[in-house]
Ligand binder design. Structure first.
Ligand code: IPE
Ligand code: IPE
Ligand code: MG
Length: 236
């Protein structure tokens, strides 16, 4: 058993990013439709957002829907869009009460129009909250984000950009890079997530499927992170 007390608060990752994978496999194991896996995954999202806030994590980034996920069957995609709508309707007040500012990264112009409005609304309503930033990656792809940043720099006439200029042109402008990147469900790949920002993130992969992920598994990831020596190319 692990507990919150084991966490060294002076070494808490400021920014945790999570590739929330495994909803489909969770459902398949139970001979249930994939969408039940996504519905159960939303419950984990609520739990983990609440817990990260309690721990005082400053930025939590959740990969919810990738640019490539649009290629899934139409009923799965529309089901996920509906779940997002319900999530925003249910959780915006909780975010306000808990000091959480919602930020969405990705090309939301591809989302249904009504959902775009809901997203903008929730972002607007929570924008003055200071305790934690909840970044949700929707219709997000890192390569697309990098190309978009290049276009922004070109439009600004910046011919010789610095790393800072580049970072400032990403969806994550102004945020610290993730210290810890968690992927559930065992796959050892990045799947087009935050390619620029994870240059020096510590990676933690667990076999636990996202709907089964919980506070205890989250603590395990943080404890594992706290054992690492981050060198950033230097020597001790
Ligand atoms: C992650 O679970 C959620 C999304 C990508 C939307 P998956 O749906 O990818 O679940 P698996 O990988 O098929 O188990
Ligand atoms: C990554 O999971 C995207 C999200 C978790 C939203 P995928 O299930 O789409 O990734 P691949 O296809 O296994 O690489
Ligand atoms: Mg998957």
């Amino acid at each position: 058993m692990v507990s919150t007390e084991q966490i060294d608060l002076s070494k808490l990752p400021q920014h945790i990013a999570i590739i929330m994978d495994g909803n489909g496999r969770w459902a398949k194991k139970r001979i249930l439709p994939r969408l039940i896996g996504h519905t159960t995954g939303v419950k984990t999202v609520k739990k983990i957002v609440e817990f990260a806030r309690k721990l005082n994590v400053k930025v939590l980034t959740l990969y919810a829907f990738s640019a490539e996920n649009w290629q899934r069957p139409e009923d799965e995609v529309s089901g996920i869009m509906k779940l997002l709508k319900v999530y925003l309707a249910n959780e915006t007040d909780n975010m306000i009460n808990n000091g959480i500012a919602l930020n969405v990264i990705g090309d939301i112009s591809r989302m249904p129009e009504e959902l775009q409005k809901d997203i903008k609304n929730a972002v607007e309503k929570t924008k003055n909250n200071k305790a934690m930033i909840l970044n949700i990656a929707l219709s997000y792809g890192a390569r697309q984000e990098i190309l978009r940043a290049c276009k922004i720099l070109i439009d600004k006439g910046i011919k010789n950009p610095t790393e800072k200029d580049f970072s400032d042109s990403l969806y994550t402008a102004g945020l610290p890079d993730p210290d810890l990147l968690i992927r559930t469900s065992g796959e050892k790949r990045i799947s087009n997530f935050l390619l620029w920002q994870i240059a020096y993130s510590e990676i933690y992969v667990t076999d636990v499927l996202w709907p089964d992920f919980n506070e205890e598994e989250f603590i395990k990831a943080i404890l594992d992170y706290q054992k690492r020596e981050r060198r950033f190319g230097k020597i001790a």
